[in-house]
Write a protein that binds this ligand. Structure first.
Ligand code: PEP
Length: 252
């Protein structure tokens, strides 16, 4: 953790969740007591279909919501896309951009991720920019170089200290595998340093760097105690209220 940064634990529900699953968020809100609120910021990023209702259901809980992606465009002939102003209209505070599932399944480039992050910023959202290497890239000793390149290509112009970066090794997402604490420490230090070159040291020092990839209650304390890890982006475990809360408590 970074002492001067309030950690953020964000849940990425991916393409999971229907109205009945609002109960998960209600359960999280119940457990988000005063002590936890002081120590950790929480956010839930549900599918777009649930965003408005879920945000409304969380009023008063101090749990923020976010989109899982946003268009680089504000409106127009982009069938199927959801724009950053639409996320704001639905009550979101965050937008995940550049998740590896978007980069891989939809071929999103660094330039596209950057344009989306800039659209999010312009709409008043906090972008959560995801970066991370594949298994082959790590095994080839290229992890640091790949992530630095993703940062240089995807960090939005005009970013401030409110920016959030999520380091998510592709091979750790949904697999139960995690990097060692030493590998996470090395990567997060490198990310902070690269952000210093992009944004200036003072700004970079306050950017929240989340770790994501198979975070669960059993490994959260170890991962969240790594230097320069300022919270978590949680996929599978965010669909179980007790697990999500337990990860949040690991940050506290
Ligand atoms: C994710 O999708 O961002 C993620 C980290 O997933 P999981 O926690 O399931 O590995």
């Amino acid at each position: 953790m970074t002492r001067t940064i309030k950690p953020l634990v964000a849940g990425n529900w991916k393409m999971n969740g229907v109205k009945a699953d609002l109960a998960i968020a209600a359960e999280v809100a119940k457990g988000h007591d005063a002590a936890l609120r002081r120590a950790v910021d929480l956010a839930i990023c549900p599918p777009a279909t649930l965003l408005f209702t879920l945000t409304a259901s969380l009023i008063g809980s101090r749990i923020a919501t976010g989109g899982q992606d946003c268009s680089a465009h504000d409106s127009g002939a982009y069938t199927g896309e959801v724009s950053a102003p639409m996320l704001v209209d639905a009550g979101a505070s965050y937008a995940i951009v550049g998740h590896s599932e978007r980069r891989t399944l939809h071929g999103e480039s660094n330039a596209q991720v950057k344009a989306k992050a800039e659209a999010a910023l312009a709409a008043g959202l906090t972008p959560i920019v995801c970066v991370g290497e594949t298994k082959d890239e790590r095994e080839a000793g290229k992890a640091l170089a790949i992530v630095r390149k993703q940062l240089r290509g995807s960090v939005p112009d005009g970013a401030t200290a409110s920016l959030v970066i999520a380091y998510e090794p592709v091979w750790a997402i949904g697999t139960g595998l995690t990097p060692t604490a030493a590998d996470v420490a090395e990567m997060h230090e490198a990310i902070r340093a690269e952000l210093g070159r992009i944004l200036g040291k003072a700004t970079a020092a306050s950017v929240r760097l989340l770790y994501g990839g198979s975070v669960k209650p059993s490994n959260a304390v170890e991962l969240m105690n790594v230097a320069n890890v300022d919270g978590a982006l949680v996929g599978g475990a965010s669909l179980k209220a007790e697990d999500f809360l337990s990860i949040a408590r690991a940050c506290a």
